[in-house]
Design a binder for this molecule. Structure first.
Ligand code: TMP
Ligand code: ASP
Length: 242
């Protein structure tokens, strides 16, 4: 990125730069991958571009379905222009099937279908290791009002309906995903961050039996290999469908 743009923030998977328009930011997707609060780190050449393309098309789909988001446009292969938001320090996870931390922390068996999608909310705080948080603690900490939290939960459930049906059409099971929200300059709540195989669990439905084939960051988390191949396959299926 040319140094005309000032780096405002660097996260684990993205860099955020200022834009000439102070209501906008430029977001660059990095090739870095981290897991377990960055205890595990690696670089995958091409991941940034793939996530940028995948995320841009998913945000376009959500916008078409009237979900308010920060996404404005693709700037280049691995960069988007987005509305500037003040990020709410909460990670909203929605689970359609049990997997990952839910199975480590409960006796629920991996893969179990959850008749009612489960919403788990985590405090976005690396020092504290993003702990699971309750509605009462969110209120106590005055992170957001309970009305705004209800709105975020409602948006997350709506996003799940849209994404689940979209991914099913391209033979992918949406197991779970993580969202982040923020406030724009007029205090509207917008969906922020990205939606990509870095923050969704996507299982291939083109499998005989019930074999689980992860086409997401679990390939890195669980040392399965083939991360770029998996992300490319998702990108290819979206390309062929849209
Ligand atoms: P979990 O099972 O590890 O709690 O993850 C649930 C979903 O949230 C999964 O799709 C991965 C995503 N996720 C993130 O995007 N960032 C994170 O820091 C964590 C822990 C999970
Ligand atoms: N975001 C987590 C990390 O920082 C990784 C994950 O998605 O599991 O390492």
């Amino acid at each position: 990125m040319k140094n005309k743009y000032k780096l405002i923030y660097e996260g684990k998977a993205k860099k955020v730069f200022n834009h000439d328009d102070s209501d906008k930011v430029i977001i660059e997707f990095k090739d870095d991958a981290t897991a377990f609060n960055a205890l595990k780190k690696a670089k995958f050449e091409g991941k940034g571009k793939l996530n940028c393309q995948i995320s841009a098309r998913i945000f376009e789909l959500l916008i078409k379905n009237n979900i308010p988001t920060h996404f404005l446009e693709l700037k280049n292969e691995k960069t988007i222009i987005a509305k500037k938001i003040k990020v709410i320090p909460l990670e909203i996870v929605l689970r359609n099937n049990a997997y990952g931390s839910l199975c480590k922390q409960t006796t629920i068996k991996p893969g179990t279908f959850l008749a009612k999608p489960l919403i788990d909310i985590y405090l976005k705080n690396d020092e504290l290791n993003d702990p699971l948080i309750t509605k009462d603690r969110i209120e106590l900490m005055k992170i957001i009002s309970s009305e705004d939290l209800d709105l975020i939960i409602d948006l997350t459930l709506k996003i799940n309906v849209i994404l689940k049906s979209f991914f099913k059409k391209i033979q992918l099971k949406l197991v779970d995903f993580k969202l982040e929200f923020g406030f724009d300059s007029k205090n509207n709540i917008l969906l922020g961050d990205e939606i990509s195989p870095d923050n969704c669990r996507l299982w291939d439905l083109n499998q005989k039996n019930d074999t689980i084939v992860s086409l997401d960051k679990d390939r890195f988390r669980n040392d399965l290999g083939g991360l770029i191949e998996a992300y490319s396959e998702i990108n290819r299926r979206i390309d062929n469908f849209i």
